[in-house]
Design a protein around this ligand. Sequence first.
Ligand code: VG1
Ligand code: CO
Length: 542
Amino acid sequence: MIETIATKPYSDQKPGTSGLRKKVPHFQQQNYVQNFLQAIFDTVAKGERETLVIGGDGRFFNRDVVAIAIRMAAANGYGRVIVGKDGILSTPAASNLIRKRGAAGGIILSASHNPGGPDGDFGIKYNIENGGPAPERITSKIFEKTRSIEAYRIYSAPAPHFNEIGTHKLGDMEIEIVDPVADYADLMEELFDFQKIRDLIASGFRIRFDAMHAVTGPYATEILEHRLGAPAGTVINGEPKEDFGGGHPDPNAVYAAELIDELMQGDGPDFGAASDGDGDRNLIVGKGMVVTPSDSLAVLAANAHLAPAYRNGIAGIARSMPTSQAADRVARKLGVGIYETPTGWKYFGNLLDAGKVTICGEESAGTGSDHVREKDGVWAVLLWLNILAERQEGVREIMESHWAEYGRTFYQRHDFEEIESEKAEGLMESLRDRLASMAGQRFGSLVVSEADDFSYKDPIDGSVATGQGVRIVFSGGGRIVFRLSGTGTSGATLRVYIERYEPDPAKHGEDPAEALAELISIADSVGEIRKRTGRSEPDVVT
Ligand code: VG1
Ligand code: CO
C-alpha cells in the first residue's frame, strides 16, 4: 500500500558541488532523507514507470537509505529499480548502469572522500539519464522543493533484502538486484587492451592498488587480479567497510602515505594507485614519484590514442578552472578543443553529450572520458596501465618526456580546513572587492596580468554559473586561484590553487614547493590568509 506521510521542510538541503552532504546524525533526523528523496522524485519523476538505479559506496547508513529509496521509488511510480548487491555501486559503475539500462536516473549514496561511520559523513546525489550528476537547473529545483515539502510517499511494506542477486516485486515495481562489478568490468575490457596489460603484468611488472577499504575493492580485485592476472595481494585494503577501517578514503599524499612510501623504496612495486570512497578519484604513483593529478590529465590526453577506445583520437579536453593548464598545451598540440568549466563533474556532461570533448579532468584527482558521465578512478588506472604497456616505459620516463615536450606546470593545492564560515566568506569577499584594481599591481618579482571571479557560460545550453572562484594570473603564466569548497560538512574549507609554467627542461627536476615558493607567499599576502584566519600553514597540500 502507498502511504502519504506528512512532513515538515528543512531549510538546509541545498546540494553542493556533488549532491547533499552532511554528517550522518544530521541525515538521521526525522524524515531528513525522505524529504530530500521526495523532492528529487517530485522534480524528475514523470510517473511513466521508468527505471531508477540505486546504490552507494557502502558507508555507514548506506543500507538504510537504499531500503528507504526502494520503498519510495515504488510509491512514486517507478516501474523498476536496479540495485547493486548489498547496496553497493561505485559512482562510475552507477553511471554506466544508468546508461546501459536506459534508466531515467539514479540515486547515488556517497560522501566520496569524506570519512564515514556513525559520526562521519553521508551524502545523496541524483544522476540524470545520461548517467551524469544532475545539472544546476535540476539541483536548484530540488532545493526549492525541499523548502516547501509537506508530505512524502512511501510503500508501506518493507524493502526486500538486497544481499543476493535476483528479482523481487514491491507493489507493481520490479526490483532487480545486480552484481555491482560485472557490467563495469566488461566495459573496461571493451575500452582497453587487456591482453597487452596482462602481458605487462606477466613480465613481472608489479602493481599495488590501495582501495582504502572503500568501494573500489571488489572492482579492482575482479579487474586487476582476476581478469588481468595480477597476483593476489595486488589490491590492498580491498574489503569495503562501513567506516573505511577508520581511515579517510581520500587518495592523496596525506591519506595514502603508506602506499606512497612503498613506491619510494627501490625494491617496491613499479606502479601504485589508489581510489576514493565512491571510486571516482584516482591517485597515480610511479617508482619514486607521485603524479600530480593535473599532469595525469595531460599525459592521459596526450597518450589516449594508445588505448583501443581512443585509437581514432580525442575530440577535445575539458578541465575544471582550478586544474592546471598542462592539458591546454596538449589540446593545442593535438589541435582539439579545450574547455574550462567550474569545479564539479556536472559541468562536463553537456560537453561530453555533444561530442565536444572525450577526456575530462579535475585537479582533485578526478579523470574520466565519454565512456560514462562521471569521473572514474579505476578507468584512469587502466588507461595508465594500457599506456605503460604500449610504451614499455616507466611512469617517471613518461612524465619526464612529457615535460620535455610540453614544458612542466608546477602545481599545488593548499587546503585550509574548518575555518569559521564568516571568516572564509569575508576573505573571498575582500578578494572580490579588490579584483578591479589588481591588474598591473606588482607582488615581489611578479605583475598581475588579469584578475577576475570566474564565471562560465555553458556552450551547449547557455546556462551561466557565476562566482566560481577568484583567479589571479601573473605575467609569465603564474596563477593563483581562491575558492571555497562545496563538499565539506563542518565550517568552510578554503582551497588555494597555485601553478607556474616552466619551459626550461634544466629546471624540471625542481621541488614543486620551491618552484612555487614566491607564488605561495604572494597567495598568503594577497589573500590575507594568515591575517583573516590565523592560519600560517595549510592542513593539506596536494
Ligand atoms: C571537491 C573537488 C572537486 C570534485 C568534488 C567532488 O569539490 O574539489 O573537484 O568534483 O569534490 O568529488 P569542492 O567543492 O570541495 O572543492 V568527489 O570524489 O565527490 O565525488
Ligand atoms: Co569521489
